[in-house]
Write a protein of this length. Structure first.
Length: 283
């Protein structure tokens, strides 16, 4: 009997490992397009332009919502019940300047119905769909209209004639609390990976780094965090001492945490100029 129980335990463990492997493979193969940064290099007349939403990137695989890393998002069953069977790519969003609240809603393993009533799924792409992006935009509108789900919405795309008009549009979005703009080549077929087919335009840049040390504070920050020492994926190291709230200085992101920081430009040594802490990277 004991031998049989051992065999069953080993078999159960193998199933768990297999399931984890399958999930990891799914995460690695998510067909997502990632944006490059717009530095004035684009002929904007070739792109469709939309607002950049500061939400949680979410991929609908036809059965579940997933983060960009492939983890399943615990949305209420009613939220996705009438979503289409085809794949969608978009952003979960509750409004401008509301990321922290949205992050709290999405991270919960047991979803709160009342809070999810405030969430919209803003669709900006149809993964693996045929045609140009301009054609896929119309297909997105058709899919959303057919679904008839109020919180499933197509991201509005604009025609922009020149850089002066682009600048005016960016100013308009920033005035109402938006984060920036996204530019997507109108003639582009669907593609994945990081590509200049998709560009992000913001008054600042952001990037990710890993916390490798805590520098103690001095003066008014005595007994708290003074700065985070971080390392970028390319191995560059620098200090982040601005952008941290008092609560974050009292309880800083642990060493090993992946964080997002913002900066204006890069120095001649490739380090970010005027870098400041933004938030923990959770998705």
């Amino acid at each position: 009997m004991r031998g049989k129980l051992v065999v069953q335990a080993v078999q159960a463990l193998m199933l768990v490992v297999l399931a984890a492997t399958i999930r990891l493979s799914a995460a690695e193969s998510l067909p997502l397009l990632l944006a490059e940064t717009e530095h004035g290099q684009a002929d904007v007349s070739l792109y469709l332009v939309s607002e950049k939403f500061d939400g949680v990137r979410a991929y609908w695989d036809g059965q579940a919502l997933r983060t960009r890393n492939g983890a399943i998002i615990s949305a209420p069953a009613w939220f996705t019940r009438n979503f289409p069977a085809q794949e969608l790519d978009g952003e979960l969003w509750t409004g401008r300047r509301a990321f922290d609240r949205l992050s709290s809603i999405v991270r919960r393993q047991t979803p709160d119905d009342a809070e999810w009533r405030q969430v919209r799924y803003m669709v900006f792409e149809l993964p693996r769909a045929p045609g140009t992006f301009r054609e896929r935009v119309q297909a997105i509108r058709n899919v959303v209209a057919s679904a008839g789900v109020p919180w499933l919405q197509a991201v509005e795309q604009f025609e922009i004639k020149n850089r002066k008009a682009l600048s005016r549009k960016l100013d308009e979005i920033l005035r109402i609390g938006g984060e920036g703009l996204m530019l997507h080549r109108a003639d582009a077929p669907y593609t994945t990976g990081r590509s200049d087919v998709l560009l992000k335009l913001k008054p600042w840049h952001d990037a990710e780094a890993t916390v490798i040390a805590h520098q103690p504070g001095k003066g008014k920050y005595a007994g708290m965090l003074g700065a985070l020492k971080v390392r970028t994926p390319d191995g560059s190291e620098f200090m982040l001492g601005t952008g941290l709230s008092e609560a974050e200085r009292r309880s800083p992101p642990p060493i090993g945490t992946l964080i997002t920081y913002r900066y204006r430009e890069l120095t001649s040594r490739g380090l970010p100029r005027f870098a400041s802490y933004y938030r923990v990277r959770e998705f």
